[in-house]
Design a protein around this ligand. Structure first.
Ligand code: NAP
Length: 259
């Protein structure tokens, strides 16, 4: 996989680029065009889900992009209402995306509890080579521990809502201690981009508050997957490698957490 952006290592899977492209609430040609723009801009990580109903467009954009399938880290998710048909759902996702395997398959949210029986299907999918890495989303650390305790296999990733106002050092450390990659979603929806601290830091670097939010994730080693349907924003959200935040700036942004 081309490392167009720093990656976090995952056992047995390609490195996971710290910035990915979110695709929720996009479908049809809007989704196709946005993913094409993202891949042209240099994103090498796409986040979709069966429930988004856009896997065919994501897959078609990937094929048409001219970028090698193996250069792009592709995540999809199991819809919990269909947890009892996990194998069939994964087969449908692979078919819709037009790939032999996804790089990461996530349980989209706890299907009424941690559900180690569902997690066993994920372990089997990884063993069968249909998912290169496996993880969960919207799980608490206690639920992560329940899966590990029941199966001996710890999720490689937990994708959760994450942004400066949601910053929780105990949650961050809990994932690190367990060797679980923390992946944040909805970086902008959960943030006031007009916040004076973000504006001040942005002005100091000649960037936007949105770029500061994304860079803050990267400084913490948290994977972030901004979504945009707007070409200029798609490109700007990836263009955060020309500056870095000082420890003091990171601490000030951490301080935006609503305690
Ligand atoms: N696992 C889960 O349960 C879960 C839940 C939610 C999301 N996700 C994933 O995480 C991804 C990101 O989260 P999200 O889509 O909820 O929200 P988000 O990325 O925080 O926010 C998207 C919104 O921000 C706007 N935006 C994008 N770039 C911007 C910029 N530079 N400046 C100002 N506004 C900007 C977008 O507008 P335009 O599109 O009009 O540019 C859109 O309205 C999703 O797409 C999905 O892949 C996962």
């Amino acid at each position: 996989m081309t490392e167009s952006f720093p990656t976090v290592p995952l056992d047995g899977a390609p490195g996971m680029p710290l910035i990915g492209f979110g695709t929720w609430l996009m479908s049809g040609s809007e989704c196709y065009e946005a993913v094409r723009t993202a891949l042209d801009a240099g994103y090498r990580h796409l986040d979709t889900a069966a429930i988004y109903r856009n896997e065919p467009e994501v897959g078609r954009a990937l094929r048409d992009s001219g970028v090698d399938r193996d250069e792009v880290f592709v995540t999809t998710k199991l819809p919990p209402p269909r947890a009892d048909q996990a194998d069939q759902v994964l087969a449908g996702s692979l078919d819709a995306l037009g790939v032999d395997a996804v790089d990461l398959w996530l349980v989209h949210w706890p299907p009424g509890g941690a559900r180690p029986d569902v997690w066993e299907r994920f372990v089997a999918a990884r063993e069968a080579g249909r998912a290169r890495a496996i993880g969960v989303s919207n799980y608490s650390l206690e639920q992560v521990d329940e899966l590990t305790g029941a199966t001996g296999v710890t999720p490689q990733v937990n994708q959760v809502s994450w942004a400066p106002p949601l910053y929780d050092p105990a949650v961050e450390a809990g994932h690190r201690d367990r060797g679980v990659v923390l992946e944040g979603y909805s970086p902008f929806k959960n943030t006031d981009l007009g916040d004076p601290v973000l504006r001040e830091v942005a002005d100091a670097h000649g960037v936007t508050p949105a770029q500061v939010v994304l860079r803050w994730h990267v400084e913490h080693g948290v994977v972030v997957i901004p979504k945009s349907a707007t070409p200029e924003r798609i490109r700007a959200n990836l263009a955060i490698d020309g500056f870095s935040l000082s420890d003091d700036e990171v601490a000030r942004i951490d301080g935006l957490a609503e305690v």
